[in-house]
Ligand binder design. Structure first.
Ligand code: CTP
Length: 397
């Protein structure tokens, strides 16, 4: 997707990851974006204004009291003359300033003065990232609508390991494309379910399944990337929240049902969650060993896909379900298409040995009223992108 003519204001703060921001500038310009950069004082110790200026093709701003800067482009205009403001790397200090509304240099002043969307790519030592103060600042910023990408986990500059690495330039570019998307699903609302559900047996135990949430999360990311305003309702997973997606985390099937109903109306619904078919009549206290194993009494859970497919005048225009089968894949998918009342079924074989549950690859077949479309072996991300493209095609027709 191109970023042709999109204007990005890049705020580089003082962290070792600043060197990656040089590559970020290059990648953004390759896609047609124009980049103006503000460097904090500390950032200039890691990368030179000359390097940033050369790569961006624009002069670099760093000093709020510079008369030349002000006469050329005042800091308020700098803050507003962009489609998106990106802070990469965003240090713990800059996140704290943003959360507290502190404006004591050009970068923090521009961030306080801007009315444009803001994306931050945090980068810091893992202890700083995991500190309650940073956590609270980040939560406050996200509640105010600031978007975040990363940090990733891995080796950190001081030889330690943990969460704190800045997201890679191409990941940041993908997030920027999502946020600035003029994609084919722009203006449409989508709902995606993902992950397993946990059904409590007692206060400490639960029933669950092996769903990782990878496919559902990738679909939410792909729909957002294509421009849809996307709500993701996810059961417990280790997957990070996709950028630009509103995520509601839930535990049980009943919570998932409630969160989905609250997200209506939407035009697109994709039910990728492996919803537990049954819940347990949960005990209010921890079950104790008594000599005889306890009998679990199971009750059927609400069927989210079927409920959305029969939502009357609140029915999404396109409802897509999944069929996870271990035998008679296509026949099972056809049956589900009819019994659930949805428009398409994405059928996948989850037999042990296929590696689909928890893995990165998937072989799917799209079953709809017109027939069956067999897709080759793809990564879950590619399946998601193809599905988003098929959905866009449906709405374009
Ligand atoms: N689904 C749902 N709510 C449920 C159960 C399933 O929304 N309570 C959705 C899943 O998200 C998926 C589709 O229904 O999109 C089919 O799920 P699957 O587990 O394959 O089928 P089940 O309906 O559970 O039927 P069975 O387990 O008997 O094959």
């Amino acid at each position: 997707m191109s970023l042709h003519n999109r204007r990005v204001l890049l705020v580089i703060t003082g962290g070792i990851a600043a060197y990656k921001s040089l590559d970020l500038i290059r990648r953004l310009r390759e896609r047609g974006a124009s980049v103006r950069a503000i460097l904090t004082d500390a950032a200039t110790r890691f990368v030179t204004p000359l390097a940033v200026q050369t790569l961006s093709g624009n002069r670099v701003y760093s000093d709020i009291f510079s008369l030349t800067d002000e006469s050329e482009m005042g800091h308020l205009r700098l803050a507003r003359d962009a489609d998106l403001v990106v802070v990469a790397p965003a240090t713990a200090d800059m996140l704290a300033k943003m959360a507290g509304g502190i404006a004591d240099d050009l970068a923090s002043t521009a961030l306080l003065a801007t009315d444009r969307p803001i994306l931050v790519a945090p980068a810091m030592n893992h202890r700083m990232w995991l500190h309650d103060a940073t956590h609270a600042n980040m939560a406050l910023l996200e509640a105010r609508g600031v978007k975040r990408i990363g940090p990733n986990s891995g080796a950190l500059a001081e030889g330690e390991t943990g969460p704190g690495r800045m997201a890679e330039p191409l990941e940041i570019v993908a997030a920027i494309e999502t946020l600035l998307s003029a994609g084919p699903l722009k203006g449409r609302r989508a709902l995606v379910t993902s992950g397993p559900t946990h059904e409590a047996i007692d206060p400490v135990r639960f029933l669950a399944n092996r769903s990782s949430g990878k496919q559902g999360h990738a679909i939410a990311a792909a729909l957002a990337h294509a421009g849809a305003e996307t709500v993701l309702v996810s059961g417990p997973t280790a997957e990070p929240d996709p950028v630009g997606v509103t995520v509601h985390r839930v535990e049980s099937a009943r919570d998932m049902m409630k969160a989905c109903e609250a997200a209506l109306p939407v035009e697109i619904a994709v039910c990728a969650a492996a919803v537990a078919d049954w819940r347990v009549e949960a005990a209010s206290h921890k079950l104790k060993k008594t000599g005889a194993p306890p009998a679990l009494k199971l009750t059927e859970n609400p069927d989210i896909l079927r409920t959305l497919s029969h939502a009357g005048n609140r029915r999404p225009r396109l409802v897509v379900g999944f069929a996870a089968e271990t035998e008679n894949l296509i026949a099972g998918a056809r049956k589900k298409l009819a019994s659930k009342g949805c428009d398409w079924i994405v059928a996948n074989d989850v037999s042990p040995g296929t590696g689909v549950f928890g893995g990165d690859a998937n072989i799917v077949h799209i079953v709809d009223a017109a027939g069956v479309e067999d897709w080759p072996a793809l990564s879950k991300r590619e399946v998601a992108e193809r599905l988003a493209a098929r959905i866009a095609h449906f709405f374009a027709a």
